[in-house]
Design a protein around this ligand. Structure first.
Ligand SMILES: [Zn+2]
Length: 125
């Protein structure tokens, strides 16, 4: 609970940057919260509405493409290939102010590594 609202996740900056995601979350809600907190950790924007929209869109598009947080199984390499593309295009749409495809791909790749470690993969082998 934070300011009277239930909290699904947190991004902590000090003493070291880390994210916390409510253990009770499952499936797409868990995935979206993970991406949301990672976006805070990566400081893509300090705006809560921006981070909320980015995470909702990125997670929704990954799920449409058959990739998301899986409890077991799935193909992580194939999932990572989809995630890095989806997140790159989401960032390109959301950060038109940057006009730097290489930087945006680096950000997408960093997020992809984190999400893969958190259990994101394709839903089928
Ligand atoms: Zn937030």
């Amino acid at each position: 609970m934070w300011e009277g609202q239930p909290v699904d996740g947190l991004c902590v900056a000090e003493p070291k940057r880390q994210i916390k995601v409510c253990r009770k979350l499952r499936g797409k809600q868990k995935a979206e919260t993970q991406l949301h907190e990672l976006a805070h950790a990566a400081c893509f924007s300090s705006s809560e509405p921006w981070v909320t929209t980015f995470a909702a869109s990125g997670a929704a598009l990954c799920y449409l493409a058959g990739v998301g947080h899986v409890r077991r199984g799935g193909d992580r390499a194939a999932g990572a290939a989809v995630i890095r593309q989806v997140l790159f295009h989401c960032l390109q749409l959301a950060r038109t102010d940057l006009d730097n495809a290489e930087l945006l791909q680096d950000w997408a790749d960093d997020l992809t590594r984190c999400l893969t470690r958190l259990g994101w993969a394709t839903f089928t082998k």
